[in-house]
Design a protein around this ligand. Structure first.
Ligand code: ZN
Length: 148
């Protein structure tokens, strides 16, 4: 699973989860994608986000009470846990040094590689201001190397 930051022509921003980049392109080409806010099919992919931030635990999905919504949520959560496992397998845990490492990579002071770690909401806001894309991934506590 990969997550893309998406935006529609009306500048609504949201995340989309896809099996692959190719799946995203296919869904977009066949107009299966639509903005969850206004419903337009004019959806664009924003810059790729190479960094992963495991500090936040917010999940985009809102609780739903309809049967369909619950089923969708189950799929969503399964997709997230697969994505989380993928992230853990493919990133280096830099822990609390995450904001610093993300910056170093961004400014080519450290080798480019996928990293994960902890960052406060303030850190994340600062990184984004500097043009560094950070993705919040809800990694369950038991999967973290050094819980605290
Ligand atoms: Zn929209």
């Amino acid at each position: 699973m990969i997550v893309f930051n998406l935006s529609c022509d009306n500048d609504h921003r949201f995340e989309g989860w896809f099996e692959s980049s190719a799946k995203f392109e296919a869904q977009r080409a066949s107009k299966l994608l639509s903005c969850p806010v206004c419903g337009t099919g004019q959806v664009n992919k924003e810059l790729h986000a190479p960094y992963v931030n495991t500090g936040a635990t917010k999940v985009a999905a809102k609780p739903s009470t309809t049967a369909e919504g619950v089923a969708q949520q189950a799929v969503f959560h399964k997709a997230i846990s697969q994505f989380v496992e993928h992230v853990i397998a493919n990133t280096v845990d830099v822990g609390d040094a995450f904001p610093e490492e993300a910056r170093k990579i961004h400014y080519s002071e450290a080798p480019e590689r996928p990293i994960r770690g902890n960052a406060s909401p303030d850190d994340v806001a600062e990184l984004r201001e500097e043009g560094i894309d950070v993705v919040a991934v809800p990694i369950p506590k038991y999967r973290l190397g050094n819980p605290h």
